[in-house]
Design a protein around this ligand. Structure first.
Ligand code: 5AD
Ligand code: SF4
Length: 462
Protein backbone atom coordinates (compact mmCIF):
# COMPACT_ATOMS: atom_id res chain seq x y z
CA UNK A 1 0.00 0.00 0.00
CA UNK A 2 1.23 3.51 -0.85
CA UNK A 3 1.75 5.80 2.11
CA UNK A 4 1.46 9.59 2.29
CA UNK A 5 2.13 12.48 4.63
CA UNK A 6 1.09 16.15 4.46
CA UNK A 7 3.01 19.01 6.13
CA UNK A 8 0.74 22.03 6.60
CA UNK A 9 1.52 25.69 7.28
CA UNK A 10 -0.66 28.79 6.91
CA UNK A 11 -4.24 29.68 7.75
CA UNK A 12 -7.44 27.71 8.43
CA UNK A 13 -8.02 27.42 4.68
CA UNK A 14 -4.86 25.37 4.41
CA UNK A 15 -5.73 23.24 7.42
CA UNK A 16 -9.07 22.48 5.77
CA UNK A 17 -7.49 21.81 2.36
CA UNK A 18 -5.05 19.36 3.92
CA UNK A 19 -7.94 17.58 5.62
CA UNK A 20 -9.79 17.30 2.31
CA UNK A 21 -6.74 15.99 0.45
CA UNK A 22 -6.12 13.49 3.22
CA UNK A 23 -9.74 12.33 3.05
CA UNK A 24 -9.61 11.76 -0.72
CA UNK A 25 -6.28 9.97 -0.54
CA UNK A 26 -7.60 7.68 2.22
CA UNK A 27 -10.69 6.97 0.14
CA UNK A 28 -8.48 6.18 -2.86
CA UNK A 29 -6.66 3.52 -0.86
CA UNK A 30 -3.56 5.43 0.20
CA UNK A 31 -2.43 5.07 3.79
CA UNK A 32 -1.51 7.98 6.08
CA UNK A 33 1.80 7.88 7.97
CA UNK A 34 2.98 10.30 10.61
CA UNK A 35 6.53 10.40 9.33
CA UNK A 36 7.51 12.61 6.36
CA UNK A 37 10.59 10.44 5.95
CA UNK A 38 8.73 7.14 5.58
CA UNK A 39 5.97 8.46 3.31
CA UNK A 40 5.99 7.38 -0.34
CA UNK A 41 4.16 10.60 -1.14
CA UNK A 42 5.14 13.73 0.76
CA UNK A 43 3.04 16.85 0.23
CA UNK A 44 3.77 20.36 1.49
CA UNK A 45 0.73 22.60 1.89
CA UNK A 46 2.26 26.06 1.68
CA UNK A 47 1.59 29.70 2.51
CA UNK A 48 2.74 32.84 0.68
CA UNK A 49 1.61 35.51 3.06
CA UNK A 50 5.11 36.41 4.23
CA UNK A 51 8.58 35.78 2.80
CA UNK A 52 9.57 33.85 5.91
CA UNK A 53 6.88 31.20 5.31
CA UNK A 54 8.21 30.64 1.78
CA UNK A 55 11.87 30.52 2.86
CA UNK A 56 11.06 27.75 5.30
CA UNK A 57 9.46 25.64 2.58
CA UNK A 58 12.43 26.11 0.22
CA UNK A 59 14.84 24.96 2.91
CA UNK A 60 12.66 21.94 3.74
CA UNK A 61 12.57 21.08 0.02
CA UNK A 62 16.35 21.58 -0.17
CA UNK A 63 16.90 19.02 2.57
CA UNK A 64 15.00 16.47 0.48
CA UNK A 65 17.27 16.78 -2.56
CA UNK A 66 18.62 13.25 -2.16
CA UNK A 67 15.52 11.67 -0.62
CA UNK A 68 14.80 9.60 -3.70
CA UNK A 69 18.22 7.94 -3.62
CA UNK A 70 17.32 6.12 -0.41
CA UNK A 71 13.58 5.97 -1.15
CA UNK A 72 13.09 5.11 -4.84
CA UNK A 73 9.76 6.30 -6.23
CA UNK A 74 9.16 8.80 -3.44
CA UNK A 75 6.97 11.63 -4.76
CA UNK A 76 7.46 15.13 -3.37
CA UNK A 77 4.65 17.59 -4.02
CA UNK A 78 3.85 21.23 -3.28
CA UNK A 79 0.26 22.41 -2.91
CA UNK A 80 -1.33 25.60 -1.55
CA UNK A 81 -0.65 29.27 -2.11
CA UNK A 82 3.06 29.07 -2.95
CA UNK A 83 2.31 26.47 -5.59
CA UNK A 84 -0.10 28.84 -7.30
CA UNK A 85 2.20 31.84 -7.00
CA UNK A 86 5.61 30.32 -7.79
CA UNK A 87 5.21 27.06 -9.70
CA UNK A 88 8.07 27.74 -12.14
CA UNK A 89 10.44 28.79 -9.42
CA UNK A 90 9.66 25.69 -7.34
CA UNK A 91 10.53 23.32 -10.20
CA UNK A 92 13.72 25.32 -10.86
CA UNK A 93 14.93 25.58 -7.26
CA UNK A 94 13.83 22.06 -6.29
CA UNK A 95 13.95 19.87 -9.41
CA UNK A 96 13.16 16.80 -7.30
CA UNK A 97 9.61 18.15 -6.82
CA UNK A 98 7.31 16.31 -9.22
CA UNK A 99 3.90 17.68 -8.30
CA UNK A 100 2.75 21.30 -8.02
CA UNK A 101 -0.96 21.96 -7.41
CA UNK A 102 -2.67 25.30 -6.72
CA UNK A 103 -5.33 25.67 -3.98
CA UNK A 104 -8.14 25.53 -6.56
CA UNK A 105 -7.08 22.16 -8.00
CA UNK A 106 -6.51 19.96 -4.98
CA UNK A 107 -9.33 17.60 -5.99
CA UNK A 108 -7.06 16.35 -8.76
CA UNK A 109 -4.17 15.28 -6.52
CA UNK A 110 -4.89 11.51 -6.50
CA UNK A 111 -5.19 11.47 -10.29
CA UNK A 112 -1.94 13.44 -10.71
CA UNK A 113 -0.10 11.08 -8.37
CA UNK A 114 -1.25 8.13 -10.50
CA UNK A 115 0.03 9.90 -13.62
CA UNK A 116 3.47 10.41 -12.08
CA UNK A 117 3.53 6.76 -11.01
CA UNK A 118 2.58 5.73 -14.55
CA UNK A 119 5.73 7.45 -15.79
CA UNK A 120 4.11 10.57 -17.25
CA UNK A 121 6.63 12.86 -15.53
CA UNK A 122 6.13 15.93 -13.32
CA UNK A 123 2.56 17.25 -13.04
CA UNK A 124 1.42 20.86 -12.72
CA UNK A 125 -2.16 22.09 -12.11
CA UNK A 126 -2.98 25.73 -11.45
CA UNK A 127 -5.96 28.07 -11.64
CA UNK A 128 -5.92 30.82 -14.25
CA UNK A 129 -4.18 33.98 -13.05
CA UNK A 130 -6.46 36.97 -12.46
CA UNK A 131 -4.37 39.21 -14.69
CA UNK A 132 -5.85 39.72 -18.16
CA UNK A 133 -8.66 37.20 -17.69
CA UNK A 134 -12.34 37.80 -17.09
CA UNK A 135 -13.70 37.03 -13.67
CA UNK A 136 -15.80 34.20 -15.09
CA UNK A 137 -12.81 32.59 -16.81
CA UNK A 138 -10.78 32.70 -13.59
CA UNK A 139 -13.69 31.38 -11.50
CA UNK A 140 -14.33 28.49 -13.82
CA UNK A 141 -10.70 27.40 -13.64
CA UNK A 142 -11.25 26.43 -9.96
CA UNK A 143 -12.59 23.00 -9.06
CA UNK A 144 -14.78 23.75 -6.11
CA UNK A 145 -14.52 20.68 -4.08
CA UNK A 146 -15.39 20.27 -0.41
CA UNK A 147 -16.70 16.75 -0.70
CA UNK A 148 -17.20 13.98 1.81
CA UNK A 149 -15.60 14.81 5.10
CA UNK A 150 -13.65 12.14 6.88
CA UNK A 151 -13.40 11.98 10.65
CA UNK A 152 -10.00 10.26 10.51
CA UNK A 153 -8.55 13.22 8.60
CA UNK A 154 -9.19 15.74 11.40
CA UNK A 155 -6.96 16.54 14.36
CA UNK A 156 -9.93 15.99 16.64
CA UNK A 157 -13.38 14.63 15.85
CA UNK A 158 -15.30 17.33 17.71
CA UNK A 159 -14.33 20.40 15.69
CA UNK A 160 -14.30 21.15 11.99
CA UNK A 161 -13.87 24.04 9.62
CA UNK A 162 -16.51 24.53 6.96
CA UNK A 163 -15.69 26.74 3.99
CA UNK A 164 -18.49 29.15 3.20
CA UNK A 165 -16.51 31.43 0.88
CA UNK A 166 -13.62 31.07 -1.50
CA UNK A 167 -11.16 33.77 -2.51
CA UNK A 168 -11.01 37.47 -1.80
CA UNK A 169 -11.88 40.70 -3.64
CA UNK A 170 -10.59 43.12 -1.05
CA UNK A 171 -7.19 43.80 -2.67
CA UNK A 172 -5.42 45.20 0.36
CA UNK A 173 -2.22 46.51 -1.17
CA UNK A 174 0.08 44.32 0.98
CA UNK A 175 -1.74 41.05 0.41
CA UNK A 176 -1.05 38.23 -2.01
CA UNK A 177 -4.23 36.26 -1.19
CA UNK A 178 -6.56 37.71 -3.87
CA UNK A 179 -4.01 36.70 -6.49
CA UNK A 180 -3.53 33.12 -5.36
CA UNK A 181 -7.00 32.24 -4.06
CA UNK A 182 -8.96 33.93 -6.84
CA UNK A 183 -12.18 35.98 -6.81
CA UNK A 184 -14.58 36.04 -3.89
CA UNK A 185 -17.35 33.44 -4.22
CA UNK A 186 -19.88 32.27 -1.66
CA UNK A 187 -21.00 28.65 -1.53
CA UNK A 188 -24.62 27.63 -1.86
CA UNK A 189 -26.58 27.23 1.37
CA UNK A 190 -27.63 23.67 0.51
CA UNK A 191 -24.04 22.51 0.05
CA UNK A 192 -22.90 24.08 3.32
CA UNK A 193 -25.79 22.60 5.32
CA UNK A 194 -25.34 19.14 3.80
CA UNK A 195 -21.69 19.23 4.76
CA UNK A 196 -22.55 20.29 8.31
CA UNK A 197 -25.11 17.45 8.60
CA UNK A 198 -22.39 15.02 7.60
CA UNK A 199 -19.97 16.47 10.17
CA UNK A 200 -22.59 16.24 12.92
CA UNK A 201 -23.20 12.61 12.02
CA UNK A 202 -19.47 12.06 12.47
CA UNK A 203 -19.65 13.41 16.02
CA UNK A 204 -18.72 17.01 15.37
CA UNK A 205 -19.74 19.40 18.18
CA UNK A 206 -18.42 22.67 16.84
CA UNK A 207 -18.19 24.09 13.33
CA UNK A 208 -16.24 27.18 12.35
CA UNK A 209 -17.49 28.78 9.15
CA UNK A 210 -14.46 30.11 7.31
CA UNK A 211 -13.85 32.63 4.57
CA UNK A 212 -11.21 35.30 3.97
CA UNK A 213 -14.00 37.87 4.44
CA UNK A 214 -16.69 35.68 6.00
CA UNK A 215 -18.85 38.63 7.08
CA UNK A 216 -19.43 39.40 3.38
CA UNK A 217 -21.10 36.01 2.76
CA UNK A 218 -24.05 36.18 0.34
CA UNK A 219 -25.91 33.08 -0.76
CA UNK A 220 -25.35 32.95 -4.55
CA UNK A 221 -29.05 32.73 -5.53
CA UNK A 222 -31.05 34.09 -2.58
CA UNK A 223 -28.44 36.71 -1.51
CA UNK A 224 -29.02 35.65 2.12
CA UNK A 225 -26.30 37.25 4.31
CA UNK A 226 -24.16 35.54 6.96
CA UNK A 227 -26.75 36.30 9.67
CA UNK A 228 -29.28 34.16 7.77
CA UNK A 229 -26.78 31.36 7.28
CA UNK A 230 -25.95 31.41 11.00
CA UNK A 231 -29.67 31.04 11.79
CA UNK A 232 -29.96 28.05 9.44
CA UNK A 233 -26.90 26.36 10.94
CA UNK A 234 -28.28 27.15 14.38
CA UNK A 235 -31.41 25.13 13.48
CA UNK A 236 -29.08 22.12 13.26
CA UNK A 237 -27.81 22.44 16.82
CA UNK A 238 -28.95 20.31 19.77
CA UNK A 239 -27.63 19.37 23.21
CA UNK A 240 -25.16 16.54 22.71
CA UNK A 241 -25.17 17.23 18.97
CA UNK A 242 -23.88 20.37 17.27
CA UNK A 243 -23.24 22.62 20.27
CA UNK A 244 -21.24 25.54 18.93
CA UNK A 245 -20.90 27.71 15.84
CA UNK A 246 -18.09 30.16 15.09
CA UNK A 247 -17.09 32.18 12.06
CA UNK A 248 -13.82 33.82 10.89
CA UNK A 249 -12.44 36.15 9.47
CA UNK A 250 -14.65 39.25 9.55
CA UNK A 251 -14.02 42.53 7.74
CA UNK A 252 -14.87 45.78 9.59
CA UNK A 253 -16.95 47.07 6.67
CA UNK A 254 -19.46 44.23 6.77
CA UNK A 255 -20.22 44.09 10.51
CA UNK A 256 -23.86 44.92 9.92
CA UNK A 257 -26.59 45.24 12.53
CA UNK A 258 -28.26 41.95 11.47
CA UNK A 259 -24.96 40.08 11.98
CA UNK A 260 -24.40 41.48 15.48
CA UNK A 261 -28.04 40.78 16.38
CA UNK A 262 -27.66 37.20 15.14
CA UNK A 263 -24.66 36.64 17.40
CA UNK A 264 -26.64 38.11 20.31
CA UNK A 265 -29.85 36.15 19.63
CA UNK A 266 -28.54 32.73 18.61
CA UNK A 267 -27.24 31.15 21.82
CA UNK A 268 -25.06 28.58 20.08
CA UNK A 269 -23.28 31.14 17.95
CA UNK A 270 -20.24 31.89 20.09
CA UNK A 271 -19.56 35.50 21.19
CA UNK A 272 -16.26 35.81 19.38
CA UNK A 273 -15.12 38.02 16.50
CA UNK A 274 -11.84 38.11 14.61
CA UNK A 275 -11.78 41.51 12.89
CA UNK A 276 -8.32 42.55 11.72
CA UNK A 277 -7.66 46.30 12.05
CA UNK A 278 -4.12 46.14 10.52
CA UNK A 279 -3.26 49.70 11.64
CA UNK A 280 -4.47 52.52 13.88
CA UNK A 281 -3.42 55.26 11.45
CA UNK A 282 -5.74 56.57 8.76
CA UNK A 283 -2.83 57.41 6.46
CA UNK A 284 -1.55 53.83 6.66
CA UNK A 285 -5.04 52.30 6.31
CA UNK A 286 -5.46 54.35 3.16
CA UNK A 287 -2.18 53.15 1.65
CA UNK A 288 -3.21 49.62 2.61
CA UNK A 289 -6.52 50.12 0.74
CA UNK A 290 -8.43 48.76 3.72
CA UNK A 291 -11.53 50.77 2.88
CA UNK A 292 -12.26 52.15 6.38
CA UNK A 293 -10.95 54.73 8.84
CA UNK A 294 -9.92 54.20 12.46
CA UNK A 295 -13.05 56.08 13.48
CA UNK A 296 -15.20 53.59 11.58
CA UNK A 297 -13.30 50.67 13.15
CA UNK A 298 -13.91 52.13 16.62
CA UNK A 299 -17.62 52.42 15.83
CA UNK A 300 -17.72 48.75 14.87
CA UNK A 301 -16.09 47.76 18.16
CA UNK A 302 -18.49 49.98 20.11
CA UNK A 303 -21.51 48.42 18.36
CA UNK A 304 -20.25 44.91 19.17
CA UNK A 305 -19.59 45.78 22.81
CA UNK A 306 -23.07 47.23 23.11
CA UNK A 307 -24.87 44.37 21.37
CA UNK A 308 -22.83 41.40 22.65
CA UNK A 309 -21.14 42.64 25.84
CA UNK A 310 -19.60 39.26 26.67
CA UNK A 311 -17.94 38.97 23.25
CA UNK A 312 -14.21 38.80 22.84
CA UNK A 313 -12.56 40.37 19.84
CA UNK A 314 -9.20 39.57 18.26
CA UNK A 315 -7.31 41.51 15.61
CA UNK A 316 -4.36 41.41 13.22
CA UNK A 317 -1.80 44.20 12.84
CA UNK A 318 1.01 44.83 10.39
CA UNK A 319 3.87 46.98 11.68
CA UNK A 320 6.44 48.67 9.49
CA UNK A 321 4.21 49.00 6.44
CA UNK A 322 5.64 51.29 3.73
CA UNK A 323 5.91 54.85 5.02
CA UNK A 324 4.71 54.08 8.57
CA UNK A 325 5.97 56.96 10.74
CA UNK A 326 6.58 56.88 14.48
CA UNK A 327 3.33 58.88 14.87
CA UNK A 328 1.42 56.30 12.77
CA UNK A 329 2.78 53.57 14.99
CA UNK A 330 1.75 55.49 18.13
CA UNK A 331 -1.78 55.60 16.69
CA UNK A 332 -1.71 51.82 16.40
CA UNK A 333 -0.49 51.52 20.01
CA UNK A 334 -3.37 53.74 21.11
CA UNK A 335 -5.94 51.66 19.22
CA UNK A 336 -4.64 48.46 20.83
CA UNK A 337 -4.52 50.12 24.25
CA UNK A 338 -8.16 51.19 24.13
CA UNK A 339 -9.68 48.26 22.19
CA UNK A 340 -8.84 45.56 24.73
CA UNK A 341 -8.53 42.76 22.20
CA UNK A 342 -8.43 39.28 23.66
CA UNK A 343 -5.39 38.81 21.46
CA UNK A 344 -3.71 40.44 18.46
CA UNK A 345 -1.66 38.71 15.82
CA UNK A 346 1.18 41.09 14.98
CA UNK A 347 3.26 40.83 11.83
CA UNK A 348 6.21 42.73 10.42
CA UNK A 349 5.42 43.91 6.90
CA UNK A 350 6.86 41.57 4.30
CA UNK A 351 6.75 42.88 0.72
CA UNK A 352 5.16 40.42 -1.73
CA UNK A 353 5.84 40.52 -5.42
CA UNK A 354 2.57 40.70 -7.35
CA UNK A 355 0.87 43.06 -4.88
CA UNK A 356 0.08 46.77 -5.33
CA UNK A 357 2.35 47.74 -2.43
CA UNK A 358 5.24 46.04 -4.23
CA UNK A 359 4.54 48.11 -7.34
CA UNK A 360 3.68 51.44 -5.71
CA UNK A 361 5.57 51.88 -2.44
CA UNK A 362 9.04 51.45 -1.11
CA UNK A 363 9.63 49.00 1.74
CA UNK A 364 11.36 51.83 3.60
CA UNK A 365 11.11 50.84 7.27
CA UNK A 366 14.39 49.25 8.42
CA UNK A 367 14.18 45.73 9.82
CA UNK A 368 15.28 46.83 13.30
CA UNK A 369 12.50 49.42 13.44
CA UNK A 370 9.97 46.80 12.35
CA UNK A 371 11.28 44.50 15.04
CA UNK A 372 11.11 47.14 17.76
CA UNK A 373 7.55 48.14 16.83
CA UNK A 374 6.55 44.49 16.70
CA UNK A 375 7.95 43.92 20.21
CA UNK A 376 6.38 47.05 21.67
CA UNK A 377 2.95 46.24 20.30
CA UNK A 378 3.27 42.64 21.41
CA UNK A 379 4.24 43.68 24.96
CA UNK A 380 1.24 45.99 25.13
CA UNK A 381 -1.15 43.31 23.86
CA UNK A 382 0.31 40.73 26.25
CA UNK A 383 -0.28 43.05 29.18
CA UNK A 384 -3.91 43.53 28.11
CA UNK A 385 -4.43 39.81 27.50
CA UNK A 386 -3.01 39.07 30.94
CA UNK A 387 -5.29 41.60 32.64
CA UNK A 388 -8.35 40.29 30.82
CA UNK A 389 -7.48 36.69 31.61
CA UNK A 390 -7.02 37.58 35.28
CA UNK A 391 -10.63 38.80 35.25
CA UNK A 392 -11.68 35.14 34.86
CA UNK A 393 -10.25 34.12 38.23
CA UNK A 394 -12.93 32.41 40.30
CA UNK A 395 -15.45 32.50 37.44
CA UNK A 396 -17.30 29.48 36.07
CA UNK A 397 -16.97 28.96 32.31
CA UNK A 398 -18.49 26.46 29.91
CA UNK A 399 -16.03 24.67 27.72
CA UNK A 400 -16.15 22.14 24.95
CA UNK A 401 -13.66 19.42 25.87
CA UNK A 402 -11.46 18.99 22.82
CA UNK A 403 -8.58 16.74 23.82
CA UNK A 404 -5.58 16.15 25.99
CA UNK A 405 -3.34 19.15 26.67
CA UNK A 406 0.03 19.26 24.89
CA UNK A 407 1.84 17.75 27.85
CA UNK A 408 -0.42 14.70 27.69
CA UNK A 409 -0.52 14.19 23.97
CA UNK A 410 1.61 11.06 24.05
CA UNK A 411 -0.63 9.36 26.60
CA UNK A 412 -3.26 6.93 25.34
CA UNK A 413 -6.45 8.97 25.44
CA UNK A 414 -8.71 5.96 25.45
CA UNK A 415 -6.40 3.79 27.57
CA UNK A 416 -6.70 2.83 31.21
CA UNK A 417 -5.73 6.21 32.56
CA UNK A 418 -8.67 7.75 34.40
CA UNK A 419 -7.32 11.23 35.07
CA UNK A 420 -6.03 13.42 32.30
CA UNK A 421 -5.06 16.98 31.69
CA UNK A 422 -7.67 18.13 29.19
CA UNK A 423 -8.15 21.29 27.13
CA UNK A 424 -11.06 23.14 25.66
CA UNK A 425 -12.22 26.64 24.78
CA UNK A 426 -14.65 29.01 26.45
CA UNK A 427 -17.47 30.49 24.32
CA UNK A 428 -15.27 33.60 23.90
CA UNK A 429 -12.44 31.38 22.65
CA UNK A 430 -10.09 31.31 25.64
CA UNK A 431 -8.10 28.12 26.16
CA UNK A 432 -8.77 26.29 29.41
CA UNK A 433 -6.63 23.48 30.86
CA UNK A 434 -8.03 21.27 33.62
CA UNK A 435 -7.95 17.74 35.05
CA UNK A 436 -10.67 15.44 33.80
CA UNK A 437 -11.39 11.97 32.54
CA UNK A 438 -11.56 10.46 29.04
CA UNK A 439 -15.40 10.27 29.06
CA UNK A 440 -15.49 14.06 29.08
CA UNK A 441 -14.05 14.33 25.56
CA UNK A 442 -16.52 15.99 23.22
CA UNK A 443 -18.84 17.13 26.01
CA UNK A 444 -19.59 20.57 27.43
CA UNK A 445 -18.27 20.96 30.99
CA UNK A 446 -18.42 23.77 33.50
CA UNK A 447 -15.00 24.64 34.88
CA UNK A 448 -14.10 27.00 37.73
CA UNK A 449 -11.01 29.07 36.93
CA UNK A 450 -8.30 28.90 39.60
CA UNK A 451 -5.24 30.29 37.82
CA UNK A 452 -4.64 32.45 34.77
CA UNK A 453 -1.86 33.37 32.34
CA UNK A 454 -2.12 35.74 29.34
CA UNK A 455 -3.38 33.08 26.95
CA UNK A 456 -4.43 30.12 29.10
CA UNK A 457 -6.86 29.66 31.97
CA UNK A 458 -6.46 26.78 34.44
CA UNK A 459 -9.33 25.34 36.40
CA UNK A 460 -11.28 22.50 37.96
CA UNK A 461 -14.49 20.87 36.79
CA UNK A 462 -17.23 22.48 38.85
N1 5AD B 1 3.23 41.20 5.40
C1 5AD B 1 2.95 41.02 6.72
N2 5AD B 1 1.75 40.58 7.16
C2 5AD B 1 0.80 40.32 6.24
N3 5AD B 1 -0.48 39.89 6.38
C3 5AD B 1 -1.00 39.79 5.14
N4 5AD B 1 -0.11 40.14 4.20
C4 5AD B 1 1.02 40.49 4.86
C5 5AD B 1 2.30 40.95 4.45
N5 5AD B 1 2.60 41.15 3.16
C6 5AD B 1 -1.11 39.66 7.67
C7 5AD B 1 -2.38 40.49 7.85
C8 5AD B 1 -3.47 39.45 7.72
C9 5AD B 1 -2.79 38.24 8.30
C10 5AD B 1 -3.44 36.95 7.96
O1 5AD B 1 -1.49 38.30 7.78
O2 5AD B 1 -2.38 41.04 9.14
O3 5AD B 1 -4.64 39.81 8.42
FE1 SF4 C 1 -3.84 31.24 3.90
FE2 SF4 C 1 -3.17 33.53 2.75
FE3 SF4 C 1 -1.27 31.92 3.60
FE4 SF4 C 1 -2.75 31.30 1.47
S1 SF4 C 1 -1.34 33.04 1.65
S2 SF4 C 1 -2.23 29.92 3.18
S3 SF4 C 1 -4.74 32.13 2.03
S4 SF4 C 1 -2.75 32.97 4.89
Amino acid sequence: MQTFHIETVGCQMNVLDSELVMATLLQEGFQYVDSPKKADILLFNTCSIRQHAEDKIYSALGRLKHARESHPGKIIGVMGCMAQKDAGQIFRRAPHVELVVGPGQIARIPELIRKIQAGEGPQLELSLERKGKSRREVESSFDFFDPHRERAARANPYQAFVRVMFGCDQFCTYCIVPRVRGPEQSRAEGEILAEIDQLVEQGCREVTLIGQTVSKYREPTTRMPLSGLLAKVHDRTSPGGLERIRFVTSHPNSMTRDLLDAVRDLPRVMPFFHIPAQSGSNAVLKRMNRGYTVEKYREVLAAIRETVPEASITSDFIVGFCGETEADFEDTMRLVEESRFKNSFIFKFSPREGTKAWELFEDDIPEEVKRRRNNELLALQNRISEEDSAGFLGRKVEILVEGASKKEESLPIYGESTKLQLTGHTPCDRIVVFDGSPEMLGTIQTVTIEKTSPFTLFGKVA
